[in-house]
Design a protein around this ligand. Structure first.
Ligand SMILES: Cc1cc2nc3c(=O)[nH]c(=O)nc-3n(C[C@H](O)[C@H](O)[C@H](O)COP(=O)(O)OP(=O)(O)OC[C@H]3O[C@@H](n4cnc5c(N)ncnc54)[C@H](O)[C@@H]3O)c2cc1C
Length: 302
C-alpha cells in the first residue's frame, strides 16, 4: 500500500482487464492504484465459461480471487468508486473521483469495459446474461439442442446463425423489423432450415430471467429457451475520449498491438478496445498493457 496520492500508474476499471494489468505492474514493483466502480458487464450472468481453470465459476468469484492475488503485491492499492474526470499534468495525469478524491500518476490505463444498450423490448434486460446471451462460446453449450432465437439482422444474424448451428438445429432469426438479407444469405438460411421472423417484438416472457417466449407486436407468441442478442454499446467511461483518445469507427478505444492509445502515456485494454469479448481476451490484453507500461516507465529512467 502507498500512502500518497501519487502513483506510477492509475488503472481505471478493476475487473478482469484492469486486474490483469495490475498484476504485471505489481510484480515489477510499480506503484499502482486501481479505481473501480464495481459494475462489470457480466454481473448478471450466473456462470462464466470458456476461460481455462475457471470454467463454470461465477463471474464475481473469478474477480474476487484475482483481486485477492493482486492486492498481495504491496505496491498495488484498490479504491472503490467512480472516476469522473481526468486531465494531463506536467508529470503525467490526474484523475478525480465522484467523491472528490484526486490521484496523480505518470501513466494511465483504462480498463473500463463497455455498457450494453438493450433494445426497446420489455423485460429483455432481466434475461440478459441468463438466457438472453451475447456469445455462443460463453454460453451456447448450456443451451445446446434447445429452441433458440437470434435477435439480429443482415450479416451479423448470418454469422451468429452459422456458429449457433453447431449447437442446435432449432433456430429462428428475429429481425425485429424488416429483414435485410442478400439472396445468397436467404438461400443459406433456408438450406439450414432457419426461419426469419420480421414482426417487431413487444416483450420477452420469462421466469426469473429464464426465457419462455417472445411476444410479437401482432400479439402472436413464439416459444424459445434461449436468445442470442446482438445489442449495441457505448463506452462505460468517457474520460479516455475527454483526454483525446481516438475511437474506432465502431466505438472502441483505438489501440496499437501493445494496447497504447493515440495519447502518449495512456493505454487501454479489455472490452473497451476489442470486439472479441471474453474474460480470457480481457486478461490477455490487460497483461499486455501492464507489461508495456512497465517497459515505458523503465526506459524513461534507465
Ligand atoms: C452478459 C454477459 C455474459 C458474459 N459471459 C462470459 C462468459 O461466460 N465467459 C467469458 O469469457 N466472457 C463472458 N462475457 C464477456 C466478459 O464478461 C467481458 O469480456 C469481460 O468482463 C471484459 O472485462 P473488462 O475488464 O474489459 O470489462 P468489465 O468486466 O466490464 O469491467 C469494467 C470495469 O470498469 C469499471 N469502470 C467503468 N468505468 C469506470 C469509471 N469511470 N471509474 C471506475 N470504474 C469504472 C466497471 O465498474 C467495471 O468494474 C460476458 C459478457 C456479458 C455482457
Amino acid at each position: 500500500m502507498t500512502n500518497t496520492n501519487q502513483y506510477d500508474v492509475i488503472i481505471v476499471g478493476g475487473s478482469y482487464a484492469g486486474l490483469s494489468a495490475a498484476m504485471a505492474l505489481g510484480r515489477l514493483l510499480k506503484s499502482v492504484l486501481i479505481l473501480d466502480s464495481g459494475l462489470p458487464c457480466n454481473r448478471q450472468t450466473p456462470h462464466s465459461h470458456n476461460f481455462i481453470t475457471q470454467d463454470g465459476q461465477t463471474p464475481s468469484e473469478i474477480a474476487r480471487k484475482a483481486k485477492e492475488q493482486i492486492l498481495a503485491y504491496q505496491t498495488v492499492s484498490f479504491y472503490q468508486g467512480i472516476a469522473i474526470s481526468g486531465k494531463k499534468t506536467s508529470i503525467g495525469f490526474e484523475i478525480t473521483t465522484a467523491s472528490h478524491d484526486t490521484f496523480s500518476s505518470k501513466k494511465l490505463i483504462f480498463a473500463t469495459g463497455i455498457k450494453d444498450i438493450m433494445p426497446d423490448i420489455k423485460e429483455i434486460e432481466a434475461c440478459w446474461g441468463i438466457s438472453v446471451i451475447h456469445c455462443p462460446f460463453c454460453h451456447g453449450y448450456e443451451f445446446k439442442e434447445l429452441k433458440t432465437a437470434i435477435l439480429a439482422n443482415s450479416d451479423k444474424a448470418v454469422h451468429v446463425a452459422s456458429l449457433v448451428g453447431n449447437l442446435t438445429k432449432d433456430i429462428t432469426i428475429l429481425t425485429n423489423g424488416s429483414a435485410n438479407f442478400t439472396l445468397e444469405q436467404r438461400e443459406k438460411l433456408a438450406r439450414n432450415h432457419i426461419a426469419i421472423v420480421e414482426t417487431p417484438i413487444a416483450a420477452v416472457q420469462h421466469e426469473k430471467g429464464h426465457l419462455e417466449s417472445v411476444l410479437l407486436k401482432d400479439n402472436s407468441q413464439l416459444d424459445f429457451q434461449a436468445m442470442y442478442a446482438a445489442v449495441t454499446f457505448e463506452q462505460h467511461c468517457t474520460i479516455p475520449k475527454d483526454l483525446g483518445c481516438e475511437l474506432t469507427e465502431t466505438g472502441y478505444i483505438k489501440v496499437d498491438a501493445f494496447q497504447k492509445t493515440s495519447i502518449d502515456g495512456v493505454y487501454a485494454c479489455g472490452d473497451n478496445t476489442n470486439m472479441f469479448r471474453s474474460v480470457s481476451a480481457a486478461v490477455a490484453s490487460g497483461s499486455m498493457a501492464g507489461a508495456m507500461v512497465v517497459k515505458e516507465l523503465s526506459e524513461e529512467v534507465f
